[in-house]
Design a protein. Structure first.
Length: 310
């Protein structure tokens, strides 16, 4: 682990830790700063997830999680740097610190462009427009199949101008294509897998993957067994299977890691927590993947996207 740098585009640890009254430095969850520090470098997007039970006051819930992330990064500023642009990652590396980005999952609280601007001002640099349900921005993966709303299109264009990454995970298929038709920046599917290998509504179909590749986007491999295999169980081999499928479509520059730590109720065999993310890359090395390709999947591909979008 001491020689591996990782960038993970999605975890729900902050939301869980806040609700449980735990710290981000060390906790009983799947990820914390202490375990991240075992790696040569670690960049983590912490999602502020607005769960359905908070839809009566979605912006307030999102803000509470963001404030928690801000307080935790400040409290641990000796080992953590809050990042708002790509250059901040380089500064964190120079200071031997972890890099933390803030994302927002679910656009229920974005009821105006002003609200989006407020999230940006608070440090949010990625927005997952929908969760599983439809909302004012567009259709979700388990919704009625609709696409981006007129307001959703305004939000995507504003995100491009601000320097906020558009996340297409959880989007309906039509919302996905609507986003790609209007964005002028690459987008990310922060925690999604291959539909052809595991036909789940949350996964991306072959043609969607090809379109993401065409615009230079990045797909973060999700560790949730239900998105990896057509059963409740999976292992590291299933993660490798999805990586190899992406590669078969020409996605060498478009694969990343989107663990979904603490947003799932179980993990694949061989991965107990963030300490075991290393095992994926160890397995890739044993299978003959080049060091360069392993580094692309671990962090270089998403770093490229960050350098363009932020």
């Amino acid at each position: 682990m001491e020689n591996l740098t990782v960038c993970d585009t999605h975890c729900d640890t902050a939301s869980e830790a806040l609700d449980r009254g735990e710290e981000l430095f060390k906790n009983s969850l799947m990820l914390d700063f202490e375990r991240m520090k075992k790696y040569k470098g670690y960049t983590q997007f912490f999602a502020a997830f607005t769960a359905p039970e908070y839809y009566d006051k979605p912006f307030e819930r999102c803000s509470a999680i963001i404030k928690y992330i801000l307080s935790q990064t400040e409290k641990n500023s000796d080992i953590v740097k809050l990042c708002k642009c790509f250059e901040d990652i380089k500064l964190a590396e120079q200071e031997n610190k972890l890099s933390v980005f803030i994302s927002a999952e679910g656009g229920e609280g974005v009821k105006s462009i002003e609200a989006l601007e407020r999230l940006y001002a608070m440090g949010v640099r990625m927005l997952t427009l929908t969760w599983n349900n439809d909302n004012i921005l567009g259709g979700g993966a388990f919704g009625d199949g609709g696409g981006l709303t007129a307001f959703g299109k305004e939000v995507v264009k504003k995100m491009n101008r601000l320097g906020m990454i558009v996340d297409v995970s959880h989007a309906s298929e039509k919302t996905f294509y609507d986003i790609l038709s209007i964005t002028d920046k690459p987008v990310v599917a922060s925690h999604s897998n291959v539909y052809e290998l595991c036909p789940h509504p949350r996964n991306l179909k072959k043609e969607q993957i090809k379109e993401l590749i065409n615009i230079g986007g990045v797909i973060g491999i999700n560790f949730y067994p239900e998105f990896l295999a057509a059963s409740r169980t999976a292992d590291i081999g299933d993660i490798i299977r999805h990586i190899e499928y992406f590669l078969s479509l020409g996605a060498e520059d478009n694969i990343g890691i989107g663990s979904d730590f603490d947003g799932v109720d179980r993990l694949p065999e061989g991965i107990r927590d963030v300490s075991d993310t290393y095992n994926i890359f160890k397995e890739l090395s044993q299978k003959g993947f080049s060091d360069n390709l392993i580094q692309k999947i671990a962090y270089k591909n998403i770093y490229r996207l960050l350098s363009i979008c932020l």
